[in-house]
Design a protein around this ligand. Structure first.
Ligand code: AHR
Length: 507
């Protein structure tokens, strides 16, 4: 039995809706065939965007979407993606040497902002600071944000179809600048940051500028970077962190030991959050900067997704995929990936005071994706269902939870038996419980000092007959959420490897 106390009078912070954000890069099958099918496609679409995907994104209240990369961002010239589509250049993509695909630039600034508007999300642009100049980025901001008719670039925007400004507020200053983004040392990047941030901030007020941060548990990077940035601290709203948990066995046929090892790796994001936050506080930047975890998720070996088999489904490869090699980094998602997502989002809720935004990598046909799609096929992964169940936490006040979460001890590491978070919003308490135990149910008794709860709860449960369960084109609903209303006295039972969200009114 897990006895947990949800402290009604101990508020951590507001859970920014942007903690439930998404990442989309021009890579593999994310845009071409995944999100964008084109206006003339037989696949149902809204102005070129896959209709089913747009609808599902609305359903989960997607708050923000990062674009155009990733590594791709650092070779992207925004001017390639504006104007009549038939005149746009075809370029080598950052990933061309990996999968042979070229970049057609069919999706550019206007299309991406349109996608965000369709979905109800804010755009978050990653600026190229490696192979374009500060002036190029100044111009992109001018193009996106200057009032109608005010500048030559605002007039060009209007000529290209949008009189009103796009109002892009979130700007990443480079991506993985320790690697694909310029291969810099922390100190080198920090000097670049100061230069670009000054010009970007000067171009437009009210931007949130995000500093390119560390990979996983690189503790040196944030220190080297923030030391140099600190005198111009007011120009930084966010410190990025990328946290992928590497593979633990086969994505579909993992063992019990690999189930727990994967979860252990994922839960270590908490250590990275605390450490990186420590640097922000250490340099006195916590008044205006918080963490932006703008790539996170499981990174399994490629090839487990359905795209290599598209011809078997009678679907011809997308135009930018002539050899049907399959989508780069596409992977299937099982209940294990759903568990990683739920436990990670619970941690984000519990550290809401430190995190401004988080975007899971990547939306469709890629790493820890919510969707798999090709031609007229489209399915939601178990991770989609986690985002759907947990959406009520967006914008809520996170409450501290205490009590034992148990411990599952393995030979060289351990994981807690339960992951939990709780928020209050508009008079409703929402609790998410993820049972990490792969063989035993979790009996949970919740108490709520400082709160009086209703006698019935709305419950959503993500469970399956097997931890390896996943959705496929053949079985699109092998994993789906079950919903019901229960009489509620604080006791809940969560089946093994399952996730439960309960919402209960406050009196
Ligand atoms: O998400 C795939 C890649 O992973 C991104 O392009 C890069 O930022 C990271 O290394």
């Amino acid at each position: 039995m897990f006895q947990l106390t949800v402290h009604g009078d101990d508020r951590i912070a507001r859970v920014e809706p942007e903690l439930y954000g998404h990442f989309t890069e021009h890579i593999g099958g994310v845009f071409y065939d995944g999100i964008w099918v084109g206006e003339d496609s037989p696949v149902p679409n809204i102005r070129g965007f896959r209709k089913e995907l747009v609808e599902k994104m609305r359903q989960i209240h997607a708050p923000v979407i990062r674009w155009p990369g990733g590594c791709f961002a650092e070779i992207y010239d925004w001017r390639d993606g504006i104007g009549p589509r038939e005149n746009r250049p075809t370029r080598i993509n950052w990933w061309t040497r990996s999968d042979g695909r070229l970049e057609p630039n069919a999706v550019g600034t206007h299309e991406f902002v349109d996608f965000c508007r369709l979905v109800g999300a804010e755009p978050y642009f990653a600026a190229n600071i490696t192979s374009t100049t500060p002036l190029d980025i100044r111009d992109w901001i001018d193009y996106c944000n200057s009032p109608a008719g005010a500048t030559t670039l605002a007039r060009l925007r209007e000529k290209n179809g949008s009189r009103e400004p796009f109002g892009v507020r979130y700007w990443g200053v480079g991506n993985e600048t320790w690697g694909g983004g310029g291969n810099m040392t922390g100190e080198m990047y920090a000097h670049e940051y100061r230069k670009y941030a000054m010009i970007m901030d000067n171009a437009c007020g009210g931007l949130e500028l995000i500093c390119s941060g560390a990979d996983h548990s690189d503790w040196r990077w944030p220190n080297d970077v923030l030391r140099v940035i600190e005198p111009s601290a007011r120009l930084m709203s966010g410190l990025s962190l990328h946290f992928y948990c590497g593979s633990a066995g086969d994505p579909l046929a993992f063992t019990e030991e690999e189930w727990y090892r994967q979860l252990r790796q994922a839960l270590d994001v908490e250590r990275a959050i605390k450490r990186n936050w420590g640097f922000v506080v250490g340099y006195g930047m916590e008044k205006h900067a918080r963490l932006v975890i703008d790539e996170w998720g499981c990174w399994h070996p490629g090839g487990s997704g359905p795209s290599p088999r598209m011809r078997e489904y009678g679907i011809e490869p997308a135009p930018n995929n002539p050899d049907a090699v399959g989508n780069l980094f596409e992977q299937q998602s099982t209940m294990r990936d759903a568990m990683v997502a739920a436990a990670t989002l619970n941690l984000f809720n519990n550290h809401a005071d430190k995190i401004r935004m988080a975007t899971v990598a990547q939306l469709v046909n890629n790493l820890h994706c919510l969707f798999l799609a090709g031609g007229d096929r489209f399915i939601c992964t178990p991770t989609f269902h986690v985002f759907d169940m947990m959406k009520e936490h967006q914008g809520g006040d996170a409450l501290r939870i205490s009590g034992s979460k148990g411990e599952i001890a393995r030979e060289r590491y351990s994981v807690p038996g339960l992951s939990a978070s709780a928020t209050v919003k508009n008079g409703v308490l929402t609790v998410t419980l993820a049972n990490l135990n792969v063989t035993e149910s979790a009996e949970v008794k919740l108490t709520f000092p400082g709160l009086t709860t209703d006698k019935t709860a709305k419950v959503a449960l993500l469970t399956a007959s097997d931890p390896h369960a996943h959705n496929s084109y053949e079985e699109p609903e092998a994993v789906k959420t079950e919903r019901c209303e229960l009489s509620f006295d604080g006791s809940l039972r969560v089946p093994p490897f399952s996730i439960l969200t309960a919402s209960v009114g406050l009196i």
